[in-house]
Design a protein around this ligand. Structure first.
Ligand code: FE2
Ligand code: FE2
Length: 187
């Protein structure tokens, strides 16, 4: 709860500096930058903070860095303002039945649940690397121990490929995903 309140206040006073803008230019394509700036300012700050934290943990993981900046782009068409986000969290905690929910709350919950998938599709459309698309797609899922066909792909730049190449891709992917998830939660 205290974490949520902190997050709310941070969102209220969020800013993006000229240095941040340069950082975005250095790491994203023009289309990705356009998408990024469609996020609410609080979300932009959230993603930048995650990206800086990721850089301090792993300097040599460009997919992690880009996913940190882009993982929440599925929220660009949402109504997830600070207030609506707080209301969505409360309604989930109270297990509020959909029938009694006002429309705006249903919409907020829809984007809260589906923004990873929506974001991954948006990124795929503008040609973002597969690794970043997949990190975005699964950034709220626990994939440990699961084998899905999605990331058995040569395009994923795995760095710890084992004898079984597919498992190697997957293990590397999950490691990176878990770093992203941990830092996302802290921010
Ligand atoms: Fe998210
Ligand atoms: Fe996030």
């Amino acid at each position: 709860m205290i974490y949520r309140i902190k997050q709310f206040y941070r969102g209220l006073f969020a800013k993006v500096s000229p240095e941040d803008r340069q950082f975005l230019k250095n790491h994203l394509s023009d289309q990705e930058i356009q998408l990024f700036y469609r996020l609410r300012i609080g979300e932009q700050r959230h993603c930048l903070n995650i990206a800086y934290d990721c850089l301090s943990i792993d300097k040599n993981n460009p997919a992690l860095l880009k996913a940190a900046l882009l993982h929440d782009v599925g929220k660009v068409k949402s109504n997830l303002t600070l207030i609506n986000k707080a209301l969505a969290v409360v309604s989930e905690k109270l297990n509020l039945p959909k029938k009694v929910m006002p429309k705006f709350l249903k919409k907020a919950l829809y984007f809260k649940t589906h923004h990873p998938k929506i974001g991954a599709e948006m990124l795929k459309e503008i040609g973002t690397e597969t690794a970043v698309v997949l990190l975005t797609r699964y950034h709220h899922e626990d994939l440990a121990g699961k084998l899905t066909t999605d990331f058995q792909t040569e395009e994923y730049p795995g760095r710890e490929r084992g004898k079984n190449r597919e498992m190697g891709f997957q293990q590397d992917f999950i490691k990176t995903l878990q770093i992203l998830q941990k830092i996302d939660k802290k921010n």
